[in-house]
Write a protein that binds this ligand. Sequence first.
Ligand SMILES: [Zn+2]
Length: 323
Amino acid sequence: MSNQLSRRKFLGNAGAVTAIPGWWSLLRGMAHNAVSLGGGAAASPGTADRIVDMHVHFDEKNRDFISDLLKLSERLNLTACLLTPFSDRKVVAEAAKQHPSQIVPFGSVDLDAPDVVKQVEELHGMGYRGLGELEFVKKPYNDPSYLPVYEVANRYGWIVLFHTGIVLRSKFDEPEDVASGRMRPIYLEEIARRFPKITVLGAHCGNPEYEWAAEIARWNPNVFFDLSGSTLTKMQGRLADFQKFFWWSGTEWHSPEWKVKTPDGDLSAFIKIVFGSDTDLREIESVVNQYRALFDACALPAHTRKMIMGGTLARLLGLPDGH
Ligand SMILES: [Zn+2]
């Protein structure tokens, strides 16, 4: 959705959450994914604490959106993965070229568009770094008709952000062909296994199917979730419950093979979460605070917090992460 205010309003009421992060391209190396960051210009103070937000929707209705975003980026030391409708692809590609450390362009294509594969190839040619948010699909995410899109994303080793869980209703008085049952987190498992070079990122942690989301992330190194939407609001009085979904911290279930894919030996289950806000620019800071409340409630180690807030995405995208 491009209307940020209505999105926030809907999500705030209806709820949406995210839960699990994914896998590590460290072993295959980030060099082929890396972008030039334009010399030292990118290095603002506090690079070590840089936030990478996986879930910022480009708002075409705000004519000052890019400049507003850049100002916020400076203030919060934040890099935005900017989810961009195909029709807005040029303005965002241009902004990303000028501000590569602050804007990472992602294409919000319609999986049901007849020319979607062509659109995805065009986005790649323009410097886009992945797809998302994919949503409002006419069929479940694992429908065979969508596989050609995933094949292209797999070839480019892209991150693909999928909406998961409950979805807003934009029209109350007209028929609408939209259903959250087509966007359940369980579908991401098949995509992650069939297309192992895609980093599958589920938005909203499957709200309310957190348990499925977390378990799929646990067994698939290339699956992560963000916790944007209404989940952190809904659960603000019981944030420690997240430890029931992300339960395997410090346990011995990890195989040796899994451990080698875990960055810096961080075996916290919460390493499967990344930061995503999915809100109006003015409210991103409040989502940062909600994430921090979760970290405190679940007593997350400093390293895990840092990876969630930006370290994991910085590595996957080849951005400087302060290491
Ligand atoms: Zn969403």
